[in-house]
Ligand binder design. Structure first.
Ligand SMILES: Cc1cc2nc3c(=O)[nH]c(=O)nc-3n(C[C@H](O)[C@H](O)[C@H](O)COP(=O)(O)OP(=O)(O)OC[C@H]3O[C@@H](n4cnc5c(N)ncnc54)[C@H](O)[C@@H]3O)c2cc1C
Ligand code: FES
Ligand code: FES
Length: 1399
């Protein structure tokens, strides 16, 4: 029968048939969905497989088995052609008709959606996982629900930058079969854990029978080959699918030899996430070739077709089991993330390793297991060992057909005591995947155990394979010299000691420094892996080895109780769970504190907060305004706005040099590329306009939007390329030719030291307190630590929605700009200056932002201005959305800083004076640099230094301009302050908590340091209360003893615990709101503040309901329900001069503005109410009052203001946190075991929103302190410019137990509705994680000193001080723990054994 070939691509999208003929094979499914359909829920977060915001469900029908397989994929990596014959479901498609899916409602109900940009991807991921579980039921007769442990893993491949994950994990667990409903956190379904069971019913159940079915029209369309092509000029590209090997080679020959086209085999195309520039002319889809899809088990091996996906391989390995296959499966579960694994083929991975040197895990573990491969050519098949294949020349014309993984079962033999040991290892900042490894390994040994002399057992190595990968070199290797040495050896301390030395030597020729990791780190971890592997054999052999020093080496730890305290005790004295200090209507608590400290599987948390009805519905934990819409994908972000006809797309053309003169710029090639329309640069600024992209009202500084003749950093925009599509604009932008002259401008300045040497300071901020003023001698203490230098790294915002704007020109020089900006008003001002038009011509509209964190202050203006300039030039609407890499390269972020300090202190730890000097890297232009010194100073005032002088200098460098990022300057300042305390404590050999305590602010010292206005009345100064309460409720002292006991028993896993306070000075600014009542009594509120996930709209909705209900005085609570009130988008023409959204105080100020507007309306309406009451209507409804007022033509719209004098009013926020961590001494990896946190929110405006802010902010701080590191190369190029290299926390990095308590102080007349902001300060509490890592490292270092026989007891403790810069990345931690720990330990053990024998 002849083969049928289709030239039309057919698939289903949310159940609807899609048929496409002229398709560009380079079009991703994501771009197709976003650009060609109305479904906008599928978001573009990174375009490289690393964030999960683009996840969709793919359903595939197998005509033979008639089964449908469903799984998630990253639509950004999948070519649209690859979904031929499949059904694609986006978050919109999960709705049941008009009804949201239970996953949607639970994401909203558990407060799992803040900015909402990650939420659709989360929804698809969770809903698909539930469907998969439900399907299993039918086949296996098992349970239809996942277990809690399984459910928690659902979202391991998705990033959320706002929530800190805990609430989303609760959503996942809420569907689990074994969930204890009382464990789940704060939600809108029940009021506290006590009511959980009775109100569970209000949470809509998942009913698998309601799931959409595979569209029957597709059942007959699968199986045929597809050949589609794009015939647009300049883009003659083709997608061809091969159904057999013969056909494949025919196609290949034809395309390559006859048509001379660049051909690329493709299976999952996930490599496009890594190698983005591969844009071949012809794709040959090899995924349907039967030989490549085969999985066959024989007696001796498992044959795996090269196109088999990693997920399928895992399934099969698990099914077969055994020591090798099971371990391989476990390791594979950590490769990439589930969405990638569902498409990624085994063969594709090996080719990436073989051809392009990709740091593969798959190659290493298959090499370790002794796998072989078969390659096919059009002539024959060739089989070879994997090692030979990897080391061979890059595969070009051949195809990898299959992989053969030996079954080692037969090598085990009980009778002859032979057994197979197989372990795999990987070092990665995210323990369970979603991050490539910095080194990996797989070891296989056949060992024979015997008792040769009748006393001790001995294990002899009969066969050994030691594979290492991700060494910085080209591919995975086998350490043959070490293997040779160990073969036939009985493993004991001396043998292992020698093996380790040989391995270090052998590996050193393979390990390389690359931009992210050093060779020495890789070497040390590699050696550690070998030690971990053989450790069980030395414990078996050398029973003299003290067990305490071996525990933990393979992840298992000795938790037993010790003299110093075991770790089994109830957490807290109940205060955290029950306490309340205000005079409120009660305390609510959700979730549980685990009864034990230490390591636990899974996540747990408790949230406690006082409830106040005083300003009802303010202070109620209501759900987020619009959260369900965010989950269903119907919420509209700027990039989702339906485009007016003829809209063009823009992309930055940026500098590749950090400092250079532009000598030539040629856009002619770029303009000739497909779809290109225009290049817009400084020359296109209108005659009355100005080259400005940022105006700082405070300082009147003006930063240009485009470079003119000199570029000042890599990424500096030279202009924008405009084209008919997003892809065309990006492609064309790459083709603009720029010539630079670097010789006449000198070397770029990249570091603060270089800037200081050249006196390149933008601003200098001086302050002094107490007896010390600049130039004076510090107040003397018993001791002095002098001139210590400490570094705090930078941080990138990583809002999930990148910068975006849409500019639509209008008549008479008017323009509407939709922008994802925090500050529409300020943007309007900049646009006016840049375009040279009056502000009344400019309407800036912002409905919501997909996260901002300070990055969409000034930076968003640059993008919007560039976009508007293009729109004005071309008289067409233009949209500009930055791709993730450009966003990272351009937007800068937090200032890297360096402190130098000298501190004097007494022997009890009381600091008598501090002299601190901070240099901050401000990058190229001005931005908000003037404020940074002040903010840095604020945060460093967090302790009573007694006497303090401080200088902050902002350095001008050739890096992207730094801007405000959540807790700007304050987090770095806090880090310095905390590190100084830690330094003093370690100098004195004291518990840092004691040193903190003696330097903790009293109300008096707070007045001295912050001023009377900020410090407020004594009753409101909650710091001492928070501190002691947390110490008590978290059981700090007992846990500290327990940690000490643990560390005495474990050498390879260390724990640390730290408690710390914060005092944070919040500044308020003027805010504006307008409340309008309509004829039907519905209400719209416009606010100056923008909604970016922080819950501003929700709080303003509550405040408006409260304010309008005041019409009835004290009896009005609830008279105007929340459902009547809608908060509408910001519009600078409608509500002018709306102000800024920043500093974490916009919500409260806007609430007050709304209440003030309501007061005006209430005054207008009161006579109407009285009139109605006087006419006999005892209790007139809101509708009746409004109707009458409308009839009387009363003004039903009012503007309210929250005004401050000067720059703003100030107040202090207090909080404290205890964090306990575990550090893996072999890799430097960190696990946060527990965080307990108390935060004073005053009368929280919405406890659910505030808890969300606190947890999210804390986890962003964890990112800053642990996983996120911004790195530049020596030319000023950002190395960490995407999800591959920059690692915001995932669920792997959050506290396993996270208990949050909101503290309520008494009514504070000076505070807005007695509340305090919670957006920024909690980020500082993550310093407790850094501090506790330091404690763990200190213990590891003390062990090393013990091994070396140095000192003892407290002397050793005292001298164990070391500096730990931020962030505490794995490599930094490992280096501090010691790069030669294994060798030192084995040497010590060996000496000890000799000594024992001699004794
Ligand atoms: C976000 C992300 C994270 C990742 N993390 C990890 C990780 O932690 N560890 C790890 O090991 N890997 C990781 N990977 C890599 C991933 O495993 C590979 O991208 C994937 O396995 C490649 O398979 P594919 O089918 O998508 O290959 P494709 O992208 O389709 O192809 C890859 C290359 O192989 C060629 N090719 C494919 N099959 C054959 C064949 N049979 N014969 C000849 N040539 C062929 C293609 O032409 C192409 O050059 C990650 C990938 C992503 C996107
Ligand atoms: S956009 Fe696809 S994973 Fe980030
Ligand atoms: S809610 Fe998850 S990224 Fe904003």
């Amino acid at each position: 029968m002849g083969k049928t070939v289709r030239s039309n691509l057919v698939f289903a999208l949310n159940g609807e048939r899609v048929e496409l003929k002229d398709v560009d094979p380079q079009t991703s499914l994501l771009n197709y969905i976003r650009d060609e359909t109305d479904y906008k829920g599928t978001k573009r977060g990174c375009g490289e497989g690393g964030c999960g915001s683009c996840v969709v469900m793919l359903s595939k029908y197998d005509p033979e088995s008639k089964e449908v397989e469903e799984f998630t994929i990253n639509s950004c990596l999948a070519p649209v052609c690859s979904v031929d014959g499949c059904a694609v479901t986006t978050t919109e498609g999960f709705k049941h008709g008009k009804e949201p899916h239970p996953v949607h409602t639970r994401l909203a109900g558990f407060h799992g959606s803040q900015c909402g940009f990650c939420t659709p991807g989360m929804a698809v991921t969770i809903a698909t996982s539930l469907r998969k579980c439900a399907r299993k039921t039918k086949e296996d007769g098992g349970t239809a629900q996942p277990t809690s442990a399984e459910a928690e893993r659902f979202i391991a491949g998705n990033l959320c930058r706002c929530t800190g994950y805990r609430p989303i994990l609760d959503v996942c667990k809420s569907f689990a079969s074994d969930v204890d409903i009382e464990d789940l956190g704060i939600n809108t379904f029940w009021e506290s854990s006590k009511d959980a069971h009775s109100n569970k019913g209000s949470m809509k159940a998942y009913q698998p029978e309601k799931d959409t079915k595979f569209p029957s029209f597709l059942e007959n369309e699968t199986g045929e080959s597809l050949e589609v092509s794009s015939i647009r000029p300049g883009e003659e590209r083709a997608w061809r699918s091969a159904s057999s090997l013969t056909e494949l080679f025919d196609m290949y020959r034809y395309e390559r030899d006859e048509k001379k086209r660049d051909v690329h085999f493709v299976v999952g195309n996930t490599s496009s996430g890594v190698y983005k520039d591969f844009k071949p002319a012809v794709y040959i889809d090899i995924s349907r070739i039967p030989e490549l899809q085969r999985i066959r088990q024989t007696d001796s091996s498992l044959e795996v077709g090269a196109a088999v996906t990693l997920s399928k391989l895992i399934e099969n390995l698990v099914k077969i089991g055994g020591p090798v296959f099971a371990e391989l499966a476990e390791h594979l579960k950590k490769v990439a993330n589930a969405h990638v694994r569902n498409r990624a083929s085994v063969g594709g991975n090996l080719i990436m390793s073989q051809k392009y040197g990709f740091a593969s895990d798959v190659a290493t573990i298959l090499l370790g297991s002794g796998s072989r491969v078969t390659m096919s050519s059009d002539k024959d098949n060739t089989a070879m060992d994997l090692e030979e294949f990897l080391a061979g020349p890059p595969l070009e014309t051949n195809i990898l057909q299959s992989i053969h993984i030996p079954s080692w079962e037969k090598s085990s033999d009980k009778e002859s005591s032979k057994r197979v040991l197989f372990r795999t290892y990987r070092s990665s900042p995210r323990i369970n995947g979603n991050a490539v490894s910095s080194i990996n390994a797989a070891f296989l040994a056949v060992v024979q155990s015997s008792i040769p002399d009748g006393s001790k057992p001995a294990s002899k190595v009969l066969q050994l394979r030691l594979a290492f990968g991700a060494l910085g070199g080209p591919h995975a290797i086998q350490a043959t010299k070490t293997e040779k040495y160990l073969n036939e050896k009985i493993i004991n301390v001396d043998v292992l000691s020698k093996a380790v030395r040989i391995l270090r030597e052998e590996l050193s020729s393979y390990t390389k420094d690359d931009k992210l990791h050093t060779a020495e780190y890789r070497l040390s971890v590699g050696v550690g892996f070998l030690f971990q592997f053989f450790k069980p054999l030395i414990t078996e052999t050398d029973v003299d080895a003290p067990p305490s020093y071996l525990a933990g080496v393979n992840g298992e730890v000795d938790n037993g109780s010790t003299e110093n305290g075991g770790d089994t005790f109830a957490v807290g004295n109940g205060a955290l769970m029950n306490g309340s200090v205000g005079e409120d209507s009660g305390v609510r608590s959700y979730g549980k504190s685990a009864p034990k400290t230490g390591r636990r599987n899974g996540f747990i948390g408790k949230q406690s907060f006082p409830i106040s009805n005083e300003f009802y519905p303010v202070s109620q934990p209501t759900g987020k305004f619009g959260a369900v819409l965010q989950a269903t994908g119907e919420a509209v972000y700027v990039d989702d706005i339906p485009l007016p006809p003829g809209t063009l797309h823009a992309a930055f053309v940026s500098s590749k040099k950090a400092l250079a003169k532009i000598t030539a710029l040629d856009a002619s090639d770029a303009l000739a590329s497909p779809g290109a329309k225009s290049f817009v640069s400084v020359k296109d600024i209108p005659p009355n306009g100005e080259n400005v992209g940022n105006i700082l009202e405070l300082t009147e500084a003006r930063d240009p939007v485009f470079a003119e003749d000199t570029v000042g950093f890599v990424g500096h925009p030279l202009g924008v390329m405009v084209a008919d599509s997003y892809e065309h604009a990006l492609e064309a932008a790459k083709q603009v030719k720029v010539e630079y002259d670097e010789t006449s401008v000198g070397k770029p300045v990249l570091t603060v030291e270089e800037a200081a040497a050249k006196n390149l300071f933008k601003t200098t901020h001086l302050s002094s307190l107490g007896n010390a003023s600049v130039g004076e001698v510090l107040v003397k203490g018993d001791y002095r630590i002098e001139n210590v230098e400490l570094f705090a790294g930078g941080q990138y915002y990583f809002y999930m929605e990148t910068q975006t704007a849409l500019a639509v020109p209008d008549e008479d020089d008017c323009i509407t700009v939709y922008s994802s900006t925090q500050n529409p008003e300020a943007l309007q001002l900049v646009l006016g200056a840049a375009l040279g038009i009056p502000l009344h011509n400019i309407r800036v509209i912002t409905r919501r932002l997909g996260g901002a964190f300070g990055g969409k202050n000034t930076k968003s203006h640059m993008i919007a201005v560039a976009c508007a300039l293009a729109a004005v030039k071309l008289k067409k609407p233009v949209r500009m959305t930055l791709d993730r890499n450009t966003d990272m390269e351009y937007c800068g972020g937090r200032h890297e800083s360096k402190a130098t300090y000298t501190v004097e202190f007494n022997k009890d730890g009381k600091i008598t004076s501090l002299d601190s000097y901070v240099l901050m890297n401000g990058g190229f232009a001005d931005d908000y640099q003037d404020l940074m010194g002040l903010l840095m100073e604020h945060s460093m005032r967090c302790y009573n230094w007694n006497s303090w002088r401080h200088v902050t200098k902002i350095c001008r460098t050739n890096l992207p301009t730094r801007s405000m990022m959540r807790a700007p300057g304050e987090v770095q300042g806090n880090f310095f302050a905390e590190s100084i305390i830690e330094h003093v404590a370690s100098f004195l050999g004291l518990d840092p908590a004691k040193v903190r305590e003696v330097n903790l602010h009293t109300h008096d010292s707070a007045i001295k340091f912050f001023g009377r206005k900020a410090a407020g009345g004594e009753v409101y100064f909650t710091l001492p209360k928070v501190w002691h309460r947390l110490k008590d409720s978290s059981n700090y002292e007992a846990r500290k003893r327990s940690v000490r006991g643990f560390n005495q028993k474990n050498m390879w896993v260390k724990r640390g615990i730290s408690i710390m306070p914060i005092v944070y000075q919040n500044l308020q600014q003027p805010r504006l709101a307008r409340v309008t009542i309509f004829a039907d009594a519905s209400v719209a509120v416009e606010s100056g503040g923008t909604e970016m996930g922080q819950g501003l709209f929700t709080k303003v909705q509550q405040a408006t309901a409260y304010g309008l209900s005041r019409l009835w005085g004290d009896k009005g609570a609830g008279k105007v329900p929340l459902s009547k009130i809608r908060i509408v988008q910001n519009d600078t023409i409608s509500l002018a001069n709306g102000g800024y959204t920043n500093a974490g105080t916009t919500s409260e100020g806007t609430c007050e503005a709304a209440v003030n507007a309501c007061n005006i309306l209430v005054n207008t309406l009161r006579p109407v109410l009285l009139e109605l009451q006087s006419k006999g209507t005892e209790s007139p409804s809101w509708e009746a009052v409004v109707q009458k007022a409308k009839f009387q033509n009363l003004p039903l719209s009012a503007e309210g203001q929250h005004s401050t004098t000067g720059f703003g009013t100030e107040y202090l926020v207090c909080g404290a946190a205890v964090s306990e961590v575990e550090v893996d001494v072999v890799t430097g990896g960190v696990t946060i075991l527990q965080t307990d946190l108390i935060y004073d929110t005053g009368k929280s405006l919405n406890p659910a929103v505030d808890i969300g802010q606190i947890e999210g902010s804390f986890v962003q701080g964890v990112g800053y302190y642990v996983t996120e590191e911004v790195k530049w190369d020596e030319n000023g190029v950002l190395i960490t410019n995407g999800t591959w290299t920059y690692k915001p926390p995932t669920i792997d990095n959050i506290p396993h137990q996270f208990n949050v308590e909101l503290l309520n102080t008494a009514v504070e007349p000076d505070r807005i509705l007695s509340s305090k902001g919670a957006g920024e300060p909690p980020l500082l509490l993550a310093t407790s994680v850094h501090n506790s890592i330091r404690e763990a490292v200190r213990s590891a270092r003390a062990d090393l000193q013990l091994l070396a026989g140095d000192q003892s007891g407290s002397e050793r403790e005292k001298s164990s001080h070391f500096l730990m810069h931020s962030s505490a990345t794995m490599e930094r931690v490992k280096k501090l723990c010691g790069l030669y720990t294994v060798e030192q330990y084995l040497e010590w053990l060996s000496k000890k054994q000799v000594a024992d024998v001699l004794a």
